[in-house]
Write a protein that binds this ligand. Structure first.
Ligand code: HEC
Length: 205
């Protein structure tokens, strides 16, 4: 059973008028995965698609860009099959979500050849802390850190950046991330000075 906190119920019942132009209004490759991650978090897509989008009530979304074209992913969002609810997304927001979903497996949105790191969180439904593992396609950058943030109204709370440490796997770094309280947290992995990959996680406490 998917778990919906009270924070998500509002977004689940928000039924929006579909914007017919959503799928073609803006090209999905112009989407911003970071903005998409925030929307996916606040909409609790993970409540149905699994904590790490591996599939639950709704189908697996990791790797979706391999079996659906961007227009098809956008259409699944703007014209959902029940029980998937309708979300009040603008065409840009749909493009952002499509860009985010298309890189959950580490692919780059526009196939630039450089793989983005892949994040996994254990346990998938953490309570007080989680082990965050990050796989890099090449040698992991020395400056990689992870932090957890949660927005509360207008303010943002979170951990300070935690250095990701080497493991026996030459491509994998890990760190333990503590959560001060339950709720919709965002795991942020930063590396190479300005690169960032986000992964939402719902913490039950
Ligand atoms: C209430 C549960 C629920 C929620 C919440 C939900 N989904 Fe779904 N989603 C589903 C189900 C069930 C399907 C399969 C529908 C079908 O085709 O029968 C689906 C299908 C999809 C598909 C198509 C997958 C494919 O392989 O064709 C995408 C993409 C998708 N959802 C994205 C999202 C996103 C993004 C969100 C959050 C903004 C979200 N979903 C929220 C239940 C949900």
């Amino acid at each position: 059973m998917p778990i919906f906190g009270s924070w998500s119920r509002a977004s689940l019942v928000a039924i929006a008028v579909t914007i017919a132009a959503a799928a073609c209004g803006s090209h999905p490759s112009s989407g911003d995965p970071k903005a998409g991650a925030a929307l996916v978090q606040s909409s609790n897509c993970a409540g149905c698609h699994g904590g790490q989008f591996q599939g639950d009530l709704g189908p697996k979304l990791v790797g979706i860009e391999k079996w659906r074209r961007p227009e098809q992913i956008a259409k699944a969002i703007t014209n959902p099959e029940p029980p998937m609810p309708m979300f009040a997304f603008t065409p840009q927001q749909v493009a952002d979500v499509v860009a985010y979903l298309s890189q959950l497996d580490g692919s780059t949105a526009n196939g630039g050849g450089v793989m983005r790191p892949k994040i996994s969180i254990l346990p998938a439904k953490p309570t007080d802390s989680a082990m965050v593992s990050v796989w890099f396609s090449g040698s992991p950058p020395p400056d990689a850190t992870v932090e957890a943030t949660m927005s509360m109204g207008h303010s943002m709370m979170g951990t300070s950046p935690i250095k990701l440490k080497k493991t026996g796997d030459p491509h994998k770094l890990t760190a333990k991330v503590p959560f001060g309280m339950g709720g919709p947290w965002m795991i942020k992995v930063r590396y190479d000075k300005s690169q960032e990959v986000d992964m939402p996680v719902n913490v039950a406490q």
